[in-house]
Design a protein around this ligand. Sequence first.
Ligand code: NAD
Ligand code: DAU
Length: 339
Amino acid sequence: MKLLITGGAGFIGSNFIYYIQDRYPDYELVCLDLLTYAGNLKTLDKALKKNNFCFIKGDISDRETVFSLFETEKFDVVVNFAAESHVDRSIENPSVFLQTNIIGTQVLMDACRKYDVKRYHQVSTDEVYGDLPLERADLFFTEETPIHTSSPYSASKASADLLVLAYYRTFGLPVTISRCSNNYGPYHFPEKLIPLIISRALADESLPVYGKGLNVRDWLYVEDHCSAIDLIIHNGRVGEVYNVGGHNERTNIEVVKAILAHLGKPESLITYVKDRAGHDLRYAIDPTKINNELGWSHQTGFEDGIKKTIDWYLNNRSWWEDIISGDYKNYYEKMYGNR
Ligand code: NAD
Ligand code: DAU
């Protein structure tokens, strides 16, 4: 089996490459990644040591690059992780989100049609459903929840999902979509809440919490997301959407305090800052469909997962210290300087 994994130099894509290499050592893997600010070839150091893995630098929205790659490689399965993924950046500059997340998806699917790829899998997000009220803990996102987006990021991901379903209905392209909740774990870029808090707390720097810190996210350890995609590409029904989540809801302030407690750092580092524009209140996934149809359930709860994640950041300092010492400094100053 030959898989194309796009966006594999980023957080979830790289974890997926390691997951697949571990479970299916005979599969041939090709990673296509533009190496934007979020992509890091160092992350794939170990993967690159295997003969049946190869890395190609390129843009999923560049038709020529994508079609010539498909012409030479003859993929069986394409898993599209490549995206602009940070909500805050989409508020600053939406254009690149539309280009990569929507046009990139279209170009990949056009290539899948032309070269008879057996499965196109779109890695989507629970953010396409918008948000749930804080005071209604009984409500969850199901696959039937209407699309209702808040940020340019989520609107671009929802647009891509609609295109994927249109390519299934109109052209019969064999597609599947997964919509997962917030991931955390190794190789998470330090602009996102959990690695940002870990890296700044370790340096005794202030910890920016948006608004009152009461927004709720449903956290899933990244390996559990990888196992869900593995099941969907092998056994999932074509044309279907699968929600992925493990009922690990936490307010942001609970997450920050849990990290501080593990690190033995004081809560006085917490600084409440101006809220994110259009900030979604609560995400919570109902994973009944993937549980029942594919037998998937999450294996790592939040307490174990956050401990493993913190240990990873403590043991892999050079990975994230290199990142935060470069351009990231300017990013942080721009986004948080006057907040
Ligand atoms: P990430 O930002 O860490 O990685 C994205 C990767 O895509 C990077 O390696 C980047 O270089 C690459 N990329 C960006 N533009 C590209 C382009 N035009 N062509 C080729 N490569 C390009 O993102 P992530 O957090 O790993 O998310 C991966 C996917 O999972 C995204 O589609 C995201 O929407 C989705 N998702 C993320 C989460 C989460 O919590 N992080 C949850 C659910 C779904
Ligand atoms: O739900 C899935 C989504 O999860 C993915 O589709 C996105 O790609 C991924 O980035 C993530 O989006 P969020 O916006 O939920 O993640 P982020 O880590 O940016 O923020 C998590 C919560 O923490 C959110 O409520 C905003 C808040 N936050 C974030 C940052 C960066 C803060 O309070 N302070 C911060 O500095």
